[in-house]
Write a protein that binds this ligand. Structure first.
Ligand code: FES
Ligand code: FES
Length: 158
């Protein structure tokens, strides 16, 4: 029997304290043990971005991160992005500009682009495409996603 590791971190602003196995993945802890199913599992090898969450504001693939690695850190999933029921401008823009179809990639897309806009509020389209190259969408052809993020950036600067 393997030993468990006690960890604590904040998830969407709420302190979580739990015991994890050394090999337990953050994606499994967040989805299966803490009920935040917005982050999706697809490739499982840090290629598609569907499992992207923010750790201390930086995008990270939860499918290849061990849960104990987020000890003492702040984790944000899509469930924690709206502020007191009000959608984040990125969420609004994805709705307004048709930035999703099936929605499987959308939580990862929105969180990755949030990290980008927090760091660079006025990205060029080229920079945006480069930054988002690790997030794959099978449905939209990306055009509407780019439009959504650029629209949100404009709104957030206003
Ligand atoms: S499921 Fe994690 S990057 Fe694809
Ligand atoms: S909206 Fe379906 S994978 Fe992106």
């Amino acid at each position: 029997m393997s030993q468990t590791i006690p960890i604590s971190f904040t998830l969407n602003g709420r302190l979580q304290e739990l015991e994890v196995e050394p090999h337990e993945l953050l994606l499994d802890v967040v989805r299966d043990r803490l009920g935040m199913t917005g982050a999706k599992r697809s490739c499982d090898v840090q290629v598609c971005g569907a499992c992207t969450i923010l750790v201390d504001g930086r995008p990270l693939s939860a499918c290849t991160t061990l849960a104990f690695e987020v000890r003492g850190k702040s984790v944000l999933t899509i469930e924690g992005l709206a502020d007191d029921g009000k959608l984040h401008p990125l969420q609004e823009a994805f709705i307004e500009h048709g930035g999703f179809q099936c929605g499987f990639c959308t939580p990862g897309m929105i969180l990755a682009s949030k990290a980008l806009l927090d760091e660079n509020p006025s990205p060029t389209e080229e920079y945006l495409k480069h930054f988002m190259h690790g997030n794959i969408c099978r449905c939209t052809g990306y055009k509407k996603i780019i439009e959504s993020i650029m629209a949100a950036a404009k709104k957030m600067r206003a």
